[in-house]
Design a protein around this ligand. Structure first.
Ligand SMILES: Nc1ncnc2c1ncn2[C@@H]1O[C@H](COP(=O)(O)OP(=O)(O)OP(=O)(O)O)[C@@H](O)[C@H]1O
Length: 352
């Protein structure tokens, strides 16, 4: 992580978490004041966009007619290959850039118009945390908290220690941030986002660049953060990660929404794979093809294909009649990856 100037980091930090975003009460939709603790119905979607569209000046259509609904209390995975429009969407949701057309509501309020009322309730970690490498982890948080005019200085130390504890950095809090691993820097960024109670956490590729251990730690942390009811919206280009941690997901490709919903439903929408475990793979593949099974693939000691419409037992009987030694036979649950392939006709094969 490069070190940035104090002024630069402060500007970014404010943009990232809403710290220092000014008074909490602003004119709402109907022109009346909106109290910060009462941003809409608690069961209403935390994020809702309608036909949200961004065309950059160069003409690039980065987000195209997006209708996104993020339920309260969900861990929502915003999934898509690099360049599919995830960061652009997040920047519009956070009021950092204006949409070309369409609307975005966060915590029931229109963005970017209500940024000042909404952002204090949103903790965000976008494109890596802005940290001062020459300060310790603890001092980074103290400074960060001090930049928030709504934060009571008398309770600052307690807030910082609680945040450090929540992300598991208490023991390393005295070390300079420049000596932190990437995973520790991400956790410190999360701690900064957690100094105040938040209704929504927005994390842009929180595990990007981390090793498997670091990724596991962040995933565990995300689950913990969500367990008290905080909605977590996280972007990722890793299907696997979304399946492991998210309750809901939206899939983007080339600026467009392909699908969204509960992860279990998305995967259930795709048909599973027929799997035959056998040492006689060539014979098994031949029999499956004869029986009309499509997309037969031979792997080591197993043959897979599309599940047939008809009776599975008949297929098993045909294998037995052909003297194929069957060790295992069944339909494996579809994954989100299967769903993605079924929806787009392409593999989810992305760079990075
Ligand atoms: N400031 C900009 N000006 C012009 N085009 C841009 C700008 N920012 C992004 N784009 C383009 O918009 C498209 C969507 O980019 P975006 O960064 O939102 O995608 P992403 O899904 O977040 O990908 P990544 O994970 O690589 O950041 C890409 O084609 C990108 O090149």
């Amino acid at each position: 992580m490069e070190e940035r100037s104090v002024a630069e980091a402060e500007t970014e930090a404010k943009a990232e978490t809403g710290a220092g975003a000014g008074p909490d009460v602003v004119a709402g939709d109907q022109g009346g004041p909106v109290a910060p603790g009462d941003l809409g119905d608690p069961s209403a979607p935390v994020i809702a966009t309608r036909s949200l569209t961004k065309r950059y000046r160069g003409g690039q259509l980065a987000v195209d007619g997006l209708d996104l609904t993020v339920p309260a209390g969900s861990i929502f995975g915003f999934l898509g290959p690099n360049g599919s429009g995830k960061t652009t969407t997040i920047r519009m949701l956070m009021g950092l850039i204006e949409p070309t057309s369409g609307t975005a509501r966060v915590l029931g309020q229109p963005m970017p118009r209500s940024s000042r009322a909404v952002l204090p309730h949103v903790g965000a970690l976008i494109e890596g945390p802005a940290l001062y490498g020459f300060l310790s982890g603890r001092d980074n948080l103290l400074r960060y908290d001090a930049a928030d005019p709504t934060a009571d200085p008398r309770t600052r130390r307690t807030r910082v220690e609680t945040a450090l504890d929540r992300v598991g950095l208490s023991a390393a809090a005295g070390k300079k941030a420049r000596a932190y691993s990437l995973g520790m820097k991400q956790r410190l960024g999360l701690a900064a986002a957690l100094l105040q109670p938040r209704k929504l956490l927005v994390l842009d590729e929180p595990t990007n660049g981390l090793d498997p251990q670091g990724m596991r730690e962040i995933r565990t942390l995300v689950r913990e953060l969500a367990s008290d009811g905080t909605t977590v919206f996280l972007s990722s280009h890793l299907l696997d990660e979304i399946e492991q941690v998210c309750t809901h997901a939206a899939v983007m490709a080339q600026g467009r929404l392909i699908t969204q919903g509960a992860v279990a439903d998305l995967a259930a929408g795709a048909r599973g794979r027929l799997v035959v475990r056998t040492p006689d793979t060539a014979d098994a593949a031949r029999v499956l093809k004869e029986q009309g099974v499509a997309d037969v693939v031979v792997e080591e000691e197993r043959v897979t294909g599309e599940p047939p419409e008809g009776e599975l037992a008949d297929l098993n009987a045909a294998l037995v009649v052909a003297r194929v030694r069957v060790r295992g036979f069944g339909v494996e649950r579809a994954s989100l990856e299967d769903a993605f392939v079924a929806l787009t006709g392409e593999g989810f094969d992305v760079a990075g």
